[in-house]
Design a binder for this molecule. Sequence first.
Ligand SMILES: [Zn+2]
Ligand SMILES: [Zn+2]
Length: 149
Amino acid sequence: MQRKTECACGKVSATVEGDPFRVLVCHCDYCQKRTGSVFQVSCWYAREQVLEISGETKTFSDSANSVGVAYNFCPNCGTTLYWTLEQAEKHFPGISRFIGFAVGCFVDKNFPKPNYVEQVQYRHHWVPEFSGIPEFDSFPPADVMMPPN
Ligand SMILES: [Zn+2]
Ligand SMILES: [Zn+2]
């Protein structure tokens, strides 16, 4: 099964195959600023599942505030559609095998639900807990976060 995702103006898009390896909610202060929302929902696809990415992007990388994620956004509308993780490899070995995508850009109400919630220390007081999935105050331990090698 393939899914398509695109930015708000449609100039940047991607097609992925199958389900994501990981879907997660992050409440951290950085995700709040970067998205303008009070939490981010992201997903990771293995690189070989990403069939196509089209359209020009600009890249934002802020190593002081993140673990080295390169956020690719549309220079026309500003939507961050996907991110690459090469620089995060030193913190989380194996992570560069994946490309991150913003779940909201799929506009698919049947998209797989999150596997876990991280950085709940930053969760706004009115945001409910999601039942049945693990929560972590900070990042999850590496064996939860990463696939077996
Ligand atoms: Zn756009
Ligand atoms: Zn975050």
